[in-house]
Design a protein around this ligand. Structure first.
Ligand SMILES: [Cu+2]
Length: 171
């Protein structure tokens, strides 16, 4: 009986981590310019920022800019996602002395077969709360651009047109 009690105690102790608050997550279904679903991104709130997993197919191989745009709308032509999240009017660019804006992220690299699998992390946004919440009243969206971001030029590092977009939504 004593042994059973200890086993139960161990099991209960084992449950303690599960009782912690569930991690906040969000998801974005990524579409191409024709509106076809080509992948998804998962956003997970971490203690100091958000971790982003992105999994997309059918993109042109090579480096591409990816940013977080300030409105959670893709249509029409992805222009509805507006510019980058930028509550403090910083310049664009991770290398810019007057930047970065809150939507800036490192480039991602699409393999020769058109697949993109990347994990990104930024401390400049949160899912909820703070000065740049992704899940605010008008939402936010990931936008992938046709070219790489030079992390310096205004307004988007020479990244060119918008080739994929995904509205960030609570699960
Ligand atoms: Cu952008």
């Amino acid at each position: 009986m004593k042994m059973l009690a200890s086993v139960v105690t161990i099991l209960l102790l084992g449950l303690v981590p599960l009782a912690a608050p569930a991690a906040q997550t969000a998801k974005a279904v990524i579409i191409d310019v024709e509106g076809n679903t080509i992948g998804e991104a998962l956003v997970q709130q971490a203690p100091t920022g958000v971790l982003i997993f992105i999994d997309v197919t059918g993109l042109p191989p090579g480096p591409h800019a990816i940013h977080i745009h300030s409105v959670g709308k893709c249509e029409p032509n992805f222009k509805a996602s507006k510019g980058h999240i930028n509550p403090h009017k910083r310049k664009h660019g991770l290398l810019n002395p007057n930047g970065p804006d809150r939507g800036d992220l490192p480039n991602v690299f699409v393999s020769l077969n058109g697949t993109l699998n990347a994990e990104l992390f930024t401390t400049r946004v949160r899912l909820k709360g703070g000065s740049a919440p992704l899940l605010d009243a008008d939402g936010s969206a990931f936008v992938i651009h046709e070219r790489r971001d030079d992390h310096m030029a205004q307004p988007i590092g020479g990244a060119g047109g918008r080739i994929a977009c995904g509205v960030i939504e609570a699960p």
